[in-house]
Design a protein around this ligand. Structure first.
Ligand code: Z5A
Length: 222
């Protein structure tokens, strides 16, 4: 696959959607073809499954069934959106991906790691992210941001969980970042938006853009 694949992870209201969109916009200004997408969702079939999961109607079926639903959504998303874009040489930026399953269903939901890894192998295959930003904010800060943004709307399946649940999630994402330090970069999401955006841009420039920008800046051969 010739493109680049970047994911954003972290708790509720940590700024993933904001910074995924900001990065996509900035890459576009460099003339890069970007696909901005999200999970659960990002393709027709996956958006239908998103609606089922976030409505909470699958919660009584148990954590394993929810895990399988997330995997079904991911399978459609990878096949219909992510893999074709990467094969075309585009950059894919995804708001949540495999690490959300590892943390929400695996660590918090106590779903067997073997099932999670097996589903990951089948649905993702070689389409693994090269770079993952874990946006870190205290649970209370993230939940307050999400509540402000939601206004009078109803909290979804995961937003309705307790502050303790969300703080546990935060610690699980931080632990996961330590397990894969080459791929995962933890960014303090409490900082002002432009500071967070700059930190992300610096990492992308150093890790993925350096070669491309240097090549583009080289004068044409006489
Ligand atoms: N889930 C799962 O369990 N397993 C899986 O495999 C997958 C997902 C893929 C999807 O929810 C749920 O599915 C998710 C996990 C589960 N549930 N939870 N919790 P979603 O897509 O509806 O929501 P979300 O992923 O949690 O994202 P979010 O609530 O939309 O938050 P966010 O994207 O991280 O934040 P944001 O929208 O960019 O920012 C929130 C607000 O804060 C907004 O008003 C911003 O303007 C503001 N903001 C952003 N940055 C800043 C800074 N730096 N300072 C101040 N204010 C800021």
């Amino acid at each position: 696959m010739r493109g680049h694949f970047i994911t954003f992870e972290g708790g509720e209201g940590s700024g993933k959607s904001t910074h995924a969109a900001t990065l996509a916009q900035r890459l576009k200004t460099q003339g890069i073809d970007v696909v901005l997408t999200r999970e659960p969702g990002g393709s027709t079939g996956a958006e239908i499954i998103r609606h089922i999961i976030l409505s909470g109607i699958a919660k009584p079926l148990g954590a394993e069934t929810e895990t399988i639903l997330f995997a079904a959504a991911r399978d459609d998303h990878v096949r219909s959106t992510i893999r074709p874009a990467l094969v075309d040489g585009k950059w894919v930026i995804c708001d949540r991906f495999i690490d959300s399953t590892r943390v929400y269903q695996g660590i918090l939901g106590k779903v067997d790691g073997k099932l999670i890894r097996g589903l990951e192998r089948v649905t993702v295959g070689a389409a693994m992210p090269e770079l993952t930003f874990i946006l870190d904010v205290p649970a209370a800060v993230g939940l307050a941001r999400a509540k402000t943004r939601r206004g009078a709307g109803v909290a979804d399946r995961f937003e309705s969980e307790s502050v303790e649940y969300h703080e546990h999630l935060r610690q699980a994402f931080l632990a996961l970042g330590k397990l894969e330090p080459k791929r995962c970069i933890v960014v303090d999401g409490r900082a002002p938006r432009d500071v967070v955006a700059e930190r992300i841009w610096t990492a992308v420039s150093e890790r993925l853009l350096a070669g491309q920008v240097t090549r583009a800046a080289e004068p044409a051969a006489p």
